[in-house]
Design a protein around this ligand. Structure first.
Ligand SMILES: [Zn+2]
Length: 649
């Protein structure tokens, strides 16, 4: 999301202005009079499908647990929504104000990211928390698809919809109309507006619904959207692009109009490259050839004509203050999704090189903890969780595609700055709020249970040591992207194919084949309880263990087991149902000095987990993890869910 310091300043000014003119606005959820005027008035019945699976109680080491984090993230997806406006997301959360509040604005449409992530996290957890939201969002999705197949944002019944942070829609570019004319983005006669930016991610949500439910309504919606995007695109030799336009239903535009010229700069990434991801999901779910064509042509446009990446994937097309990290990283991820869908090794290698650039100090990144700055620059102070989510996703998917082994990076980033970026504790918020003078809340805002409703959401402006280094609180693009990355992590912890089980990351996980119990970082120990006999069990060993050495000891049901090394994996051979494998290895503490963002830090690590940082944060200090210095993991009772279905995402 184009959410940055400049936006923050704009938002602050908008809040101040709103306060000056609107000191009487209602608190609590604001209901738009007459309801929201969606582009599609009547939709067919779409009965929901339950998430079926086995539920059981278990006792697990109380260590970083993706499924438990996913349960909390569901609250972060459903909590900051407005029940009086079809559970529309409040995009922006402001903890840095008195009272704290969250407000609707033009950016609310990022809830399409939530719509993709929520069903995925239901599949991980089986959680029914706030599940009335799911059905409302499924219906909103269908109601928002126009007669031409695009996804439309309605402006009537959503008074906050027309303007961004107190101004015109962020894109601001002309809107193409059905009569072939172009009008200004703030034209009050516009009732529905679409943009490729909105379609790309809703394609993902449609694909998830289709894979989960099998209802052809979702398949048809995907195919029609792809067809329409291809029709709107300008096709050149072997590539195509969408110009910098938004669209009313059934819009036409003059392809020779200079305002429909080939885009440059960030709009290449936002209006174009991100489409590769949605189209790849459609292609993988349905085999629809035009979806493959769209992703292929846009990836070529991005790579060879877009000007946003150098020949080796390095970021180009800078904004003032540096490259917008998330825009570039999610563009790499989008191209990778296409590369994986069609087996394009050359494209995967391009993405791998871009990933290597992005994780380097040149970009201002700390590959040690997974801190990636909002602007790719060594002097930028804060990290938006979107970037961590993208980089973990890239690490996992490049590994899946055979473009290197980045599982250790993904695990280390997940354990550290990704885990710390999730809002797990709200006790600091009243102290923080008390620093600010009382002020009126802006229009279209709520002050109702702000902290509780955002528990499980993700940080927008963390420093290495503070959850909120500056800025208002949360921009919910981060929650949508991070929630989806929880699914990627969960999916990649272990993989099972042709009777062979591979454990790629040493994190707790329940599955149909085996349950994994990770004692890291308390103790160098991982237990694996086998549920289904496997022809082989391979385990990715911790990155601090030397290959081919004697530091790692494996037992099966208490008896020593020999194993073979294969790169960073050990192969333990066949394992029987009911057996328990225990892996033990040393785990030591060390200190590292590194400048992260703009702060010189001393980090204490145990294994690959940061257990302390100096200097400490002052608002919501991160890495308060002295408990990890102990050598015995406390056990915790949890409810495990093992879904009957699998969605490869
Ligand atoms: Zn974000």
């Amino acid at each position: 999301m184009m959410s940055n310091r400049r936006d923050f300043l704009k938002a602050s000014a908008a809040l101040a202005a709103a306060g000056a003119i609107s000191s009487t606005c209602a608190e609590g959820d604001e209901s738009p009079a007459g309801g929201i005027a969606y582009v599609r008035k009547a939709i067919p019945s779409i009965p929901p499908k339950a998430y079926a699976g086995a539920v059981y109680e278990d006792s697990v080491p109380d260590t970083f647990d993706v499924a438990e984090r996913a349960k909390l993230a569901i609250n972060g997806l459903t909590g900051p929504t407005d029940s009086a406006a079809d559970h529309e997301l409040y995009w922006r959360v402001v903890f840095s104000a008195n009272p704290p509040h969250m407000y609707h604005d033009w950016n609310d449409w990022v809830q399409i990211k939530f719509m993709e992530a929520l069903p995925l996290l239901r599949l991980v957890t089986g959680s029914k928390h706030d599940d009335a939201v799911d059905q409302v969002w499924r219906e909103v999705t269908l109601k928002s698809i126009g007669p031409d197949g695009l996804y439309y944002m309605p402006f009537n019944g959503r008074p906050w919809g027309r303007g961004g942070d107190g101004g015109a829609p962020y894109f601001g570019h002309p809107v193409a109309r059905a009569n072939g004319s172009l009008t200004a983005a703030d034209d009050p006669t516009i009732a529905q507006c679409s943009h490729p930016y909105m379609c790309q991610r809703i394609l993902g949500a449609l694909a998830v619904h289709y894979l989960h439910e099998g209802n052809p309504i979702w398949e048809q919606a995907m195919k029609r959207m792809i067809d329409r995007l291809l029709a709107l695109a300008i096709h050149k030799e072997d590539y195509c692009y969408l110009p910098s336009l938004s669209y009313e239903p059934n819009a036409r535009y003059d392809r020779n109009d200079p305002r429909a010229a080939m885009p440059t700069g960030h709009i290449v990434l936002e209006s174009n490259t991100r489409l590769c991801e949605g189209a790849a999901h459609c292609y993988r779910a349905t085999g629809y050839g035009p979806a493959k064509e769209l992703a292929e042509k846009i990836a070529r446009f991005t790579r060879f004509h877009g000007g946003c990446f150098g020949p080796h994937g390095e970021f180009a097309a800078s904004l003032p203050g540096g490259f917008h990290f998330h825009c570039h990283a999610i563009a790499l991820l989008s191209m990778l999704e296409h590369g994986l869908a069609v087996g394009d090794k050359d494209l995967m290698e391009f993405v791998r090189q871009g990933f290597e650039w992005a994780r380097s100090p040149v970009a201002g990144s700390s590959s040690l903890i997974g801190f990636f700055p909002e602007r790719a620059s060594p002097t930028y102070p804060s990290c938006e969780t979107c970037e961590i989510a993208d980089m973990i996703a890239l690490a996992l998917k490049l590994s899946e595609g055979g473009a290197g082994d980045h599982y250790a990076d993904a695990e280390r980033w997940a354990r550290n700055h990704f885990a710390e970026s999730q809002l797990m504790d709200t006790s600091w918020i009243p102290r923080h709020v008390a620093r600010f003078p009382k002020s009126p809340v802006p229009p279209n805002a709520t002050t109702d249970q702000i902290a509780q409703r955002n528990l499980g959401a993700f940080a927008g402006w963390s420093s290495a040591s503070d959850w909120l280094s500056h800025g208002p609180g949360i921009m919910h693009c981060c929650t949508g992207n991070a929630a989806r990355t929880l699914y990627y992590l969960w999916q990649h912890i272990l993989t099972h194919q042709d009777g062979r089980l591979r454990i790629n990351m040493l994190l707790n996980r329940a599955s149909p084949w085996a349950d994994v119990y990770s004692h890291i970082p308390y103790e160098g120990r991982v237990d694996v309880k086998i549920k289904t006999a496997c022809a082989s069990l391979s385990v990715h060993v911790p990155e601090w263990i030397e290959p081919d050495g004697s530091q790692l000891v494996a037992t099966v049901d208490g008896k020593p087991r020999t194993f073979r090394w294969k790169s960073r994996y050990i192969d333990l051979g066949n394992v029987e149902a009911g057996s328990t494998i225990v892996l033990k290895f040393p785990i030591a503490q060390r200190t590292v000095k590194e400048t992260i963002g703009t702060v010189g830090c001393t980090l204490t690590l145990k294994g690959n987990t940061v257990i302390a940082i100096d200097p400490k944060g002052t608002t919501c200090p991160l890495y308060e993890r002295q408990k990890y210095a102990s050598s015995q993991a406390p056990m915790k009772k949890v409810s495990r869910f093992v879904s009957d279905e699998r969605i490869a995402w």
